[in-house]
Design a protein around this ligand. Structure first.
Ligand code: 13P
Length: 252
């Protein structure tokens, strides 16, 4: 994983009410709140951002949103904007998660607009890409991932790209207990970095962190982190329990 700083992020998805989120945040603060050689981020549901942000103050754990809308404000019932996330204490925002693509009509084009909004609002986008099981089986993994990357990132400068994080999450490995093998993950990560190098140059490709996501657990994080192009993890299920998330953060 070269000299990029490891980055472990927890995506709490649609789990945890405010009080439950507060309990988890307090636990995480005591377990991993002082860790600085790994960047740690948690993305609670919107309704828990306030309470989690307050609890995490004074710790090294970063706060992220799970999505955002591309306008800064307006008559968009149900939506949350970059300035709102920023004011709630977020430094990061997950964009283009496969569940957003699958259930909420997210496309590479909407992803592109959301990344623009995030950058304008001073948030670090965590762009999620990944192929479905059918796409992998029909040999389209690399072309699907490349298209998501190309269209999602269309129009951004090298400077902007350098600020982002990419998360490779094969859809078939999310919440299924099926982790991609370390070699399967590494070869896609390597191709993503190669694509970055062609499009934005060597120094950008070397700087951008690429996280792996899909059934990451304390038991498999060590092997994943040993791979050259895997710089961290975007964790779903195992981020909902303080001890298991801390076990992932403390993989070394
Ligand atoms: P799981 O870790 O539950 O497989 O979820 C991965 C994920 O989708 C993180 O964004």
């Amino acid at each position: 994983m070269a000299d990029r700083k490891p980055f472990i992020a927890g995506n709490w998805k649609m789990y945890k009410t405010g009080p439950q989120a507060a309990e988890l945040a307090s636990r995480l603060k005591s377990l991993v709140g002082d860790i600085t050689d790994v960047d740690v981020m948690v993305a609670p549901p919107f309704t828990a951002l306030g309470v989690v942000g307050e609890i995490l103050q004074g710790s090294a754990i970063h706060l992220g949103g799970q999505d955002l809308f591309w306008e800064a404000e307006g008559a968009y019932t149900g939506q949350i904007s970059a300035p709102m996330l920023k004011a709630a204490g977020c430094s990061h925002v997950i964009i283009g998660h496969s569940e957003r693509r699958q259930y909420f009509g997210e496309t590479n084009e909407t992803v592109n607009r959301k990344i623009r909004a995030a950058l304008l609002g001073g948030l670090i986008p965590v762009l999620c890409i990944g192929e479905s099981e059918a796409e992998r089986e029909s040999g389209q993994t690399f072309s699907v991932v490349q298209k998501q990357l190309e269209e999602g990132l269309e129009g951004f400068s090298s400077d902007e790209i350098q600020k982002m994080t990419v998360a490779y999450e094969p859809v078939w490995a999310i919440g299924t207990g099926k982790t991609a093998t370390t070699d399967q993950a590494q070869e896609v990560h390597e191709s993503i970095r190669g694509r970055m190098e062609t499009a934005y140059g060597n120094s950008v490709a070397k700087a951008v962190r690429i996280l792996y996501g899909g059934s990451v657990k304390p038991e498999n994080i060590g092997d994943l982190m040993a791979m050259a192009d895997i710089d961290g993890a975007l964790v779903g299920g195992a981020s909902l329990d303080g001890d298991s998330f801390a076990g992932i953060v403390r993989y070394k």
